[in-house]
Design a protein around this ligand. Structure first.
Ligand code: NAP
Length: 270
């Protein structure tokens, strides 16, 4: 029998995160749900509750574009749980009516890059050596404009998204290197392109692929054997295999430059 895990899935109110939550709850794991909208989160918990064989489901509210709320989320999870086996940094944003915060930052960088990084570093003390940090990347990865990363320049939505996804891929590798082979695994995952979720329907106006394609790889990345020993790597579900990512995520000098920029920006984020 597989060991039961405690798994935090960010962005589990919709899309592949919600679908993966269903499967993991049905399999008996303790899934900590997360959303930004209290009513939507409550409705999803109510829908998922019958799958959990009596164990009461819990959810956390946090707008990941606010680093103060991200700090609070990490503190609440750590207060409620001694151990977090898996952090599934799934939440992501492409299109939104308010892409730039009052501080001038693009929410794509905040939600897709900075918030998962802050969550990973804050929750690391309760993630066991056998634990996993899974970070949602994408086939869309573009070179990072350091002025845009710092909130000094605006980009188009797709450009900001693709840069934020290269940035999360880069910090995944850097964190995996820093932790080393003896600690929790850190992997970035492209769940497949154009899966038929809200993001794709609203962003591209198409029906998209079966949501299970993305949900199944989230489940495998969280608890599956095929991810064992692959820390620092990138799983490309368009190819169905671990593989090469953007050259910048494989270039030590570029990784160091991006990490220094991320750390510098994050000091000033509230
Ligand atoms: N779909 C694809 O083809 C595809 C391809 C490559 C990568 N990905 C990545 O896969 C992940 C899941 O995407 P999806 O397609 O399932 O998208 P989705 O259906 O739009 O779901 C995204 C989830 O993230 C949450 N979220 C967005 N902004 C947030 C914020 N500011 N604070 C807190 N939560 C926030 C959403 O909350 P609400 O429910 O409140 O909206 C939702 O739960 C993302 O990281 C995405 O970039 C998807």
């Amino acid at each position: 029998m597989t060991q039961k895990k405690t798994i935090l899935i960010t962005g589990s109110t919709d899309g592949i995160g919600y679908e993966a939550a269903k499967t993991l709850i049905e399999a008996g794991h303790t899934v900590l749900l997360h959303g930004r909208n209290p009513e939507k989160l409550a409705a999803k918990i109510e829908a998922l509750q019958p799958l959990s064989s009596g164990a009461k489901l819990s959810g956390y509210i946090c707008d990941l574009s606010s680093m103060a709320e991200v700090e609070q989320l990490a503190a609440s999870v750590a207060a409620d749980h001694d151990t977090l086996d898996v952090l599934l940094n799934n939440a992501g944003i492409l299109k939104t009516s308010n892409p730039i915060t009052a501080q001038g930052h693009d929410v794509r960088f905040l939600v897709n890059t900075f918030a998962p990084y802050r969550l990973a570093t804050r929750l690391l003390p309760i993630i066991p050596k056998s634990g996993r940090i899974i970070n949602l990347s994408s086939a869309a990865q573009n070179p990072i404009d350091f002025d845009a990363l710092a909130g000094r320049k605006q980009l188009s939505e797709m450009e900001a998204y693709a840069q934020s996804k290269l940035a999360i891929t880069i910090w995944s590798r850097a964190l995996a290197d820093e932790i080393g082979k003896d600690g929790p695994l850190v992997v970035s995952v492209n769940p497949a392109s154009l899966i038929g979720t809200k993001m794709v329907k609203e962003g591209f106006g198409i029906a998209g692929k079966d949501i299970r394609v993305g949900a199944d790889i989230l489940v495998e990345s969280a608890i599956g054997k095929s991810f064992e020993g692959r820390s620092g790597e990138y799983f490309d579900n368009d190819a169905g295999a671990f593989g090469r990512t953007h050259p910048h995520a494989e270039n030590p000098a570029m990784i160091a430059k991006v990490m220094a920029a991320i750390e510098a920006v994050m000091v000033g984020l509230a």
